[in-house]
Design a protein around this ligand. Sequence first.
Ligand SMILES: *[C@@H]1O[C@H](CO)[C@@H](O)[C@H](O)[C@H]1NC(C)=O
Ligand SMILES: *[C@@H]1O[C@H](CO)[C@@H](O)[C@H](O)[C@H]1NC(C)=O
Ligand SMILES: *[C@@H]1O[C@H](CO)[C@@H](O)[C@H](O)[C@H]1NC(C)=O
Ligand SMILES: *[C@@H]1O[C@H](CO)[C@@H](O)[C@H](O)[C@H]1NC(C)=O
Length: 491
Amino acid sequence: MPAAPPPPTLLGLVLASLAAAALLYPVPVADAARGSAQSTVAEVTLPPRFLSRGQTFRVVAGDTLVLPCEVEDLGSYVLLWRRGAAVLTAASLMVTRDGRFRLVDGYNLEIRGVRPTDAGDYVCQVSEADGRDQIHTVEILVPPSIRVSPGGGRLQARKGASVTLECKAAGNPVPAVVWTRADAALPSGEPALEGFSLTLERVDRHQAGLYRCTASNGVGSPAHLDVRLDVLYAPEIEVERSWVHSGEGYEAQLVCIVHGQPPPELMWYKDELAVEPSPRRLVESRGSRHALTVRDVQGADFGNYSCVADNSLGRAKKHMELSGRPGPAEFLSAPFSPAADSYNLTWVVESYPPLEEVRLLYRRLLVNDSHMAFPGSWHDVILTPRNTDTFTHVMSYTIRGLPRASMFEAIVQAKNRYGWNEVSDMFQFYTRGAGEYDSEPEMAERELSAANLSNSAAAAGPRRAAAAAAAALAAALAAAVALAQALALAP
Ligand SMILES: *[C@@H]1O[C@H](CO)[C@@H](O)[C@H](O)[C@H]1NC(C)=O
Ligand SMILES: *[C@@H]1O[C@H](CO)[C@@H](O)[C@H](O)[C@H]1NC(C)=O
Ligand SMILES: *[C@@H]1O[C@H](CO)[C@@H](O)[C@H](O)[C@H]1NC(C)=O
Ligand SMILES: *[C@@H]1O[C@H](CO)[C@@H](O)[C@H](O)[C@H]1NC(C)=O
């Protein structure tokens, strides 16, 4: 700001106050000397000269600042401090009513508790002397602060929407703003992002949580603002196991993992009837995990259960079965037989009640030189299980008279008093033979290509897929066998 001279009215005011204070203004040295006895020294006077220099001061808001003004040979001139048009001091007289200002050690101007509004130019001026002034520039450094964005640091967004988190930071110099998240990386994958705002695209529950903006400008300590983002979405359910095996007199637990915002209400149903909690049917929730525990399972407890989650945005439902039927068989034997003409197939079936019947189906897989597989016909073996006291039924069946160096596949099904279980996954096994016995890599290669070609869905997939694949293969069986025979590859 240019150091404009004070307007006449204000100057008049100042002069009046100076007169009242019995000071002379302006006071040429000769006049003052005339009134005194020391008239001899008065004639030779030097003009006033500044010893201090105009400077720029950068101070932190709240601090105390001293603006120097040292003048040599002031004589009877009067020293004024001005800020723009306003006169702050005249000689040793305080003109400003602001109690934070005072003169120290002569004419140095002290300002206590500086404020952002104190920024600007301060002029120390020698009265009457044209161009005799000194200008200090004051800049107030302000530590960062953050204005809380609307919503009081809490934001809500629908799933799929875009959200912009804002952090309006002030300070001098202008602060740098950085966004971080409490326990995770930002949705973009970065640990931190710079900017006054943070935009999140297509939010889902993984983006919900606490975001923090930190503003810093090197003055004072950084300022923080925490913004909580709530993502609203209709309930989503995952069932822990869609098929739960149990037995009469035992305990069973059905579990639904439920997410949703607002937090959903959860209801359990059995065969479309609401489950009334009782000491035998316990309903518990811990966080997103909701469990229905059935104690002392009765025959009537088996069936189709569902959990239904509701909130203001929608409803979700998932089914699961509590079953007394055996669990699906799992094969335990190693795929490579130590023998050339037999294979000891071993599997395990879980069943609470005794097993009544077990069925094993196996067939040969023929592979030609281009790794095309042709299934042979199914061999069906009905087994009468020897039941023990355990629920885990380990069973073996040794298949004899097998061709050497060959590949086979098998499935197993078991039945108890509640019915047949789901068909096992397809299992592949091999017999040893000349040329094959000492070249296992070739065996492995065949296994790979067979898994690839015969029915990769069954080999890798879930039980239903295995059953479906088995049915599909059975349908193609006649044609395949005919073809195999035509190629003279049949067993
Ligand atoms: C359970 O019931 C639902 C619908 O009521 C049905 O879609 C589902 O297939 C049933 N599941 C079983 C295993 O019966
Ligand atoms: C087949 O293997 C199972 C499990 O290793 C074993 O208990 C059983 O005795 C074997 N059977 C024959 C006939 O070797
Ligand atoms: C293998 O079988 C496929 C399909 O029938 C046939 O096209 C191919 O020629 C056979 N390869 C050999 C080497 O026999
Ligand atoms: C196995 O399947 C993959 C992909 O389907 C195919 O690229 C590959 O050639 C197959 N391997 C053989 C031995 O046929």
